[in-house]
Design a protein around this ligand. Structure first.
Ligand code: USQ
Length: 382
């Protein structure tokens, strides 16, 4: 396949580019570099030194990997994006190129507007560019489980069969997102669904849970090929943050009582899911949704798991319950479905204490670089 990876400089984008490269697909890796500017602005740098994706591509080739082409392009620049699509003529487009942080989107009016402008305009340009340049391509777009919120019913994969006043229909599952970032993904989903129906495009929305892990099979351990791994309160996410906090012997920051539940997924399973979606594309005119997580945990359960693993490695770890900076349900029902990707062949790697210990061991040599001032949440929803 000819694969175009959008957002190739990020935590998931570069490992995904390598996955397709290793499989023998032709890969074009695209990024604007804007995430690095946002990181600088808010003072939140990845834990491990992360080479620019063009440099990683050069070293990958020098080490004998198949060439990964690179291009610097902003999806918000329609003429530039359309030119890339016309030149590359992708079979599959994997779209990570969005502002990915809920706290970032809640910091100020400017960052809320930036999040929604960047994410919505980029995806809308992409849909129009596909219509113009490559209407046969399959769009694989990263959505979020946070689109659904925490309703008091089971969460289906994108759609729900409902009966209303004696009539039945299959409709988009209700959205109750918890930040302007999560809202941007909802708005993207509507635009994608409409573009598929109106123009016959093919798209898969992957509503992804919280991703954890450092390395993948393709990047390898302690490697210059690693993606950008965050632990700060803005771009870092729950399990990755807890592992870094444990390695620094800093208290694990549970927001509220920690009874809120979320879906989680190993970074290696993310790559499997994306590859599965690419090898089993949506049909022309089809907009489909898969929920992309493998396990549900409460935040307190996760913190306990990390604290126990850290204890076995001789680290002195405590947990700290902070007043929740977010507006989210403290206690709630949570039973999301995630059958679609498994039906197509996903075999989940379940989270084990041994895996957490592997993460802690990978972080330990970098413990002196952990900037503890970035760990506590400074952005409040209210
Ligand atoms: N949380 C803590 N302590 C922390 C960090 C987070 O208790 O130190 C809690 C939060 O209150 C929240 C949960 O952990 O209830 C998840 O927060 P998170 O920061 O790990 O993840 P979130 O903001 O939800 O966003 C992340 C990614 C986003 C992706 C989303 C998937 O940044 O791009 O869309 O996970 S999901 O959460 O399923 O919507």
């Amino acid at each position: 396949m000819r694969v175009l990876i959008l957002g190739a400089d990020g935590y998931l984008g570069w490992p995904t580019a390598l996955r397709f490269s290793v499989r023998g697909d032709d890969v074009l890796a695209l990024d604007s570099g804007v995430k690095r500017r946002w990181e600088q602005e808010v003072g939140a740098l990845p834990l491990f030194p992360t080479l620019d994706f063009r440099e990683r591509a050069a070293r990958w080739r020098d080490a004998g990997g198949a060439p990964v082409e690179t291009v610097v392009c902003d999806l918000c620049d329609y003429p530039a994006l359309a030119q890339v699509l016309r030149r590359w003529r992708p079979d599959a487009i994997v779209h990570f190129a969005e502002q990915p942080s809920a706290p970032f989107s809640m910091m100020s009016v400017e960052r809320a507007v930036l999040t929604q402008t960047n994410n919505l305009v980029g995806t809308l340009n992409l849909l129009w560019g596909m219509r113009e340049a490559c209407p046969q391509a399959h769009l694989i777009k990263l959505g979020t489980m946070g689109q659904y919120g925490t309703p008091n019913i089971d969460i289906e994969e994108g759609f729900i069969d409902i009966e209303h006043k004696g009539r039945r229909d299959r409709l988009p599952f209700p959205s109750q997102p918890g930040s302007f970032y999560h809202l941007s993904k909802v708005h993207d989903s509507h635009n994608m669904r409409f573009a598929c129906a109106a123009w016959g495009l093919a798209a898969t929305d992957l509503n992804q849970g919280v991703v954890y892990g450092i390395e993948t099979v393709e990047t390898g351990p302690e490697s210059e090929q690693g993606g950008s791994f965050h632990y700060d309160a803005i771009f870092g996410t729950a399990l990755n943050r807890f592992c870094v906090q444990a390695a620094a012997e800093s208290p694990l920051t549970i927001y509220g009582a920690g009874a809120q539940k979320r879906g989680f997924i190993n970074i290696c399973d993310v790559l499997d899911c994306i590859e599965i979606a690419a090898r089993h594309p949506a049909r022309p005119g089809e907009y489909r949704v898969f929920n992309q997580f493998t396990q549900v945990f409460s935040i307190a359960e996760l913190a306990d798991l990390v604290a126990d693993s850290a204890g076995r490695l001789g680290l002195r770890t405590t947990t700290e319950r902070l007043a929740n900076p977010r507006s989210e349900a403290a206690e709630h029902y949570y039973n999301p479905v995630a059958d679609g990707l498994k039906a197509l062949g996903l075999t989940p790697r379940l989270l084990t204490p041994e895996f957490v210990e592997t993460m802690l061991r990978a972080i330990a040599p970098h413990a002196s670089q952990i900037d503890l001032s970035t760990i506590r949440p400074a952005t409040r929803w209210r």
